[in-house]
Design a protein around this ligand. Structure first.
Ligand code: 7RM
Length: 635
């Protein structure tokens, strides 16, 4: 029996038990049989959730790009590694073979080396969804540089903060990006960010839109001429299993974004293994994940997981609504996509449109549908299952996080029977636990609690860049010897998990994690604003939308409210990015606060959600009278 590819439910249970009874032996076998190593490990796992310190495959030497590229060349050199589908359907798609991808990665790696990038240096990547983005990740990995991808929808302020937090030396970007019928001036955003980033020596610029941009002498260079001149082969740097592979920022409930650090070997093994099973990928399948590589889903399930399996992975530059709402299905038909992985927010947006957009296209190639990013509601689940899958493609609802690196709870298609809105069973090697208010584990079924994981898995993030204490405090201090996810979940009668949502101040809007703190900071910087609080409320497309309560300074009281609303959203766009704009802004004279001065968001959340029948105990508030005022004027 090969434990690498699970094909029956009995096999799942058998392999699961094995992976839990003896995790070291289990992962050792997977690592040994399915990857290439320069040197074998001395020890499979050492861990201590108290420190916390987690090491997988210690002592092993490898390069992840040899696993994603070089090893495929003899057998899959002419196979398509990446299909690039441009924003504009009239522009031709590109098919990049493994051999071509290898060459492009080597050339870019050599350009980075020429610019003084060494093993362990950080490189910031701020690129749209074009092939150079995947090439850039792999080029960093080739030479042992640590990539830090910043989603190209983030503002200059957010970009600058991230560049400085991890001291990036080089930034890779493009002149601009295409999104539907818009183009965005990415280079202008980079220029503005770099006014506050003295550590950046070079900006390497991909030409995409051909727009007229400023090139700072010495610092900025067009990438293409450098790639053309570069040598087409590059010796892979030999990395330790636990050397950092990348940093990826995720919002926290407080403070600055957290630079989650993922290391090389464990991340590779786990993303490859989950990819193979959760998508039941078979040679010659075409797999498409619609996420942006700026998020963890893109890192793990557009780039590393698929390429480690020698798969064909599709990169889409555009948006689901351009040139019309049939675009996703047109692309599925055109490239005969077999596995399709998207987010509930996209499903909900498309479900609002005419069914003809779906029915027009031949979707018979589809075998597996995936969902990720937030809980998928019942309606969206059925719409996706009925109209896209034609009740014929299992729908895998995959729960995981930036911090977990790979999929943690998900059905295995054609193996695990699915239930709408349930992520179902823990993946192989994953040991979930539900905790009660007294920090005790809740055993048995038909229970609800806070979701923790009891035992390390290979792709768990190892630290927060530059702040190990925050890593411990955020994930390992709420419950002893457990990783705390920040999510609530229930376990039904058969042991299936359903994720109920965040239990902290992170709000998921259109599948993007937003911390309340940086948004409130941005609002508070407006000269007319005294104080603010934001909460999420249910939205039929975005899942949640943001509701802001704003107290004005005396000087702001006389100003036009609609202008103020626009300015506040402009402020947010500049500091955080347009995804964090507020749907509703209510001006209030005060905010409900506890005696220790904490804003009672619970009450604000209920008012924003129009659910005021039971506000709970407000007697402990410092200013209970404010609640009525806020309710009377709610939007
Ligand atoms: C992969 C990713 C993580 C948070 C997580 C959850 C929520 C993600 C699901 C989900 C319910 C799902 N990484 N989440 N997937 N909730 N069902 N299938 O999204 O770091 O950006 O977000 O997203 O709250 O903690 S992430």
């Amino acid at each position: 029996m090969s434990n690498y590819h699970i094909k029956h439910l009995e096999e799942y249970y058998q392999v699961y038990r094995k992976s839990v009874r003896n995790p070291e032996a289990f992962w050792e076998e997977i690592a040994e049989e399915h990857f290439v190593w320069r040197k074998r490990w001395d020890n499979v796992l050492s861990w201590d959730f108290k420190k916390p310190e987690i090491k997988w495959f210690e002592g092993a030497k490898l390069n992840i790009t040899e696993n994603c590229l070089d090893r495929h060349l003899p057998t899959r050199g002419d196979k398509t590694a990446i299909i690039f589908e441009p924003n504009n359907p009239d522009e031709e798609a590109q098919h990049i073979t493994y051999r071509q991808l290898h060459e492009r990665v080597c050339r870019m790696a050599n350009v980075l080396l020429d610019h003084g990038v060494k093993k362990g240096d950080r490189v910031c990547i701020y690129l749209p969804m074009i092939p150079e983005l995947s090439v850039a990740l792999l080029a960093c990995a080739r030479i042992g540089a640590i990539h830090s991808v910043v989603f190209a929808g983030f503002s200059s302020h957010a970009l600058g903060t991230r560049i400085n937090d991890s001291d990036c030396k080089v930034v890779l970007t493009s002149d601009g990006s295409f999104r539907g019928n818009k183009s965005i001036d990415l280079k202008g955003i980079v220029d503005k960010a770099l006014e506050g980033c003295p550590g950046v020596a070079n900006v390497l610029v991909v030409k995409r839109t051909g727009s007229d941009i400023h090139m700072e002498p010495v610092r900025d260079k067009w990438l293409q001429p450098l790639l053309d001149e570069a040598y087409a082969d590059c010796v892979a740097e030999v990395m330790d299993a636990e050397d950092p592979l990348f940093i990826l920022y995720t919002s926290g409930s407080t403070g600055t974004p957290k630079g989650m650090v993922h290391t090389t070997a464990g991340y590779m093994v786990y993303t490859a293994y989950t990819f193979k099973n959760v998508f039941q990928y078979k040679e010659n399948d075409v797999y498409w994940c619609t996420a942006d590589i700026g998020w963890i889903t893109g890192h793990s399930y557009i780039v590393y997981g698929p390429l480690a399996n020698g798969a064909t992975t599709l990169m889409f530059e555009g948006v689901p609504s351009y040139p019309d709402f049939g675009r996703f299905w047109e692309v599925v038909q055109k490239h005969k996509v077999n596995q399709f992985y998207t987010a509930p927010t996209a499903i909900r947006a498309l479900a609002k449109e005419n069914l003809e957009y779906v029915e027009k296209y031949d979707l018979s190639s589809l075998r597996v549908l995936g969902s990720v990013g937030e809980p998928i509601n019942e309606e969206a689940w059925h719409w996706y299952n009925n109209n896209v899958g034609k009740k014929n493609s299992p729908l895998v609802d995959t729960w995981w996080q930036t911090e977990t690196g790979g999929i943690m709870i998900a059905p295995i298609p054609y193996v695990t029977p699915t239930t709408p809105t349930y992520a179902t069973l823990p993946f192989i090697g994953i040991q979930p636990a539900l905790m009660d208010e007294n920090a005790k584990e809740i055993k048995g079924n038909q229970v609800e609690g806070r979701l923790c994981i009891k035992f390390p898995w290979p792709s768990i993030a190892r630290t927060i860049w530059g702040n190990h204490d925050r890593y411990r405090d955020t994930y390992f201090s709420a419950y002893e010897d457990m990783y705390f996810t920040g999510d609530g979940a229930l376990r039904d009668a058969v042991g299936y998990y359903r994720i109920t949502g965040r239990v902290d101040d992170v709000i998921i809007v259109s599948g993007h994690n937003l911390g309340t703190a940086p948004i409130e900071d941005a609002i508070n910087e407006h000269p007319a604003v005294a104080e603010s609080a934001i909460v999420g409320f249910p939205h039929d497309v975005k899942g949640n939308a943001l509701y802001g309560y704003v107290i004005l300074k005396e000087t702001g009281e006389s100003r036009d409210r609609d202008n103020l609303r626009k300015e506040i959203n402009q402020q947010i766009t500049e500091h955080v990015g347009p995804i964090a704009k507020l749907e509703k802004i209510q001006f209030v004279s005060g905010l409900p606060k506890t005696r220790s001065g904490k804003i009672m968001r619970r009450i604000l959340r209920k008012i924003a959600s129009n659910d005021t029948s039971n506000l709970g105990d407000t007697s402990t508030l410092l200013n209970p009278e404010i609640v009525q005022e806020i309710m009377d004027n709610s939007l």
